[in-house]
Write a protein that binds this ligand. Sequence first.
Ligand SMILES: Nc1nc2c(ncn2[C@@H]2O[C@H](COP(=O)(O)OP(=O)(O)OP(=O)(O)O)[C@@H](O)[C@H]2O)c(=O)[nH]1
Ligand SMILES: [Mg+2]
Length: 378
Amino acid sequence: MEPSHSQPSHSQPSHSQPSLSVVVPTFHEAANIPVLAERLSAALDERGIEWELLLVDDDSNDGSEAIARELAKRLPVRMTVRRAARRDLSLSVLEGVRLARFDRLVVMDADLSHPPERITDLLRTLDDGCDLALGSRYATGGTVDRDWSPWRFLTSRLATALAQPLTRCSDPMSGFFAIDRRRLPDLRQLRPIGYKIALELMVRGRLRVKEVPIGFSDRAAGTSKMNGRQWINTARHLHRLYRHRFGGWARAIWFAAVGASGFLVDVVFYLGLQWAGVNHQLARALSFWPAASWNWALHRRITFRERPRRPRTRQWAEFLAASLVGLGVNLGTYLALTGWIDFFDRHRLLALICGVALSGGVNFLNSARVVYRQQAAP
Ligand SMILES: Nc1nc2c(ncn2[C@@H]2O[C@H](COP(=O)(O)OP(=O)(O)OP(=O)(O)O)[C@@H](O)[C@H]2O)c(=O)[nH]1
Ligand SMILES: [Mg+2]
């Protein structure tokens, strides 16, 4: 179905039972669309909610259009296909926001990770007085699928940690939310890249957010579209939002956030190696390398993205050397403060924090001036 079928009507009557457009970005979701539509119908019809399912498809060419047409004969389903545009989840959602019949919107994934049965709770929360009701895996009472691998858990937690300075919510990377279109900022001001459209709205729109705990299950059918490239896009998007929120301080704050995520990588390798039978001293010595490499890669691709590209291996080695200098400053500060100043000997945690802060500053300066310098080496 073409967008021309999908003109929004902004002149809906005011509704005692809220009318609702459910906007769902899709790419290769033919197997999930019918189940999603049925579950929406079961969850919303019996509550007397007038609804539509608006699928915004990035030209999947997998039979989704025919399926949507067939469903439309008995359910309020329509699909708009973005044929000419660059494939992008967030831009698809924004197109759905523009084309939706109703002002009250729920955005969710097609793969049934987001339970349609919780939509009414999102709407109630929206009515309670917020701009965006967010389905949250990490709020108290929320859950993720039991089958999540440690890797999936770690990457999700890392991404969440990186987004934390931007919002006050526990699951800023969630893609399941309810909004009222009339309370959104001008959509032309938005500059999302990739998957995290809720985060974009929350940060640039300065929306008041309330969270609703949800049980998040793994996709029912089909394959994930979240690949390495999308992870880089997510990191670029985060950095962009840091710049928006923190202005001139953004690079330093982002640098610190990447450092904190590197600390998590360090801990995971440290524990994982011991779990695999390596003794703790060796585990400590080895876990430094993947953590520092993680930081180097993120700084190369994101933090100092606009700086001249230098040969990878050399730059990586320089970054590791700079990190070792930072480690020396960290330890040296701690030993000097606790050894020479009584106050710090009594408050050793403060000495540790001073060491971390000073070494962070040294690392940042070394990175900005040397490792990722403005001028490439001749
Ligand atoms: N229109 C559009 N939809 C997309 C695109 N990429 C993903 N989607 C849809 O966005 C939703 C989320 O994508 P997923 O592949 O489930 O990504 P994810 O939820 O982060 O990862 P998994 O649940 O592990 O598969 C699904 O409904 C996808 O079909 C895209 O480029 N364009
Ligand atoms: Mg999914």
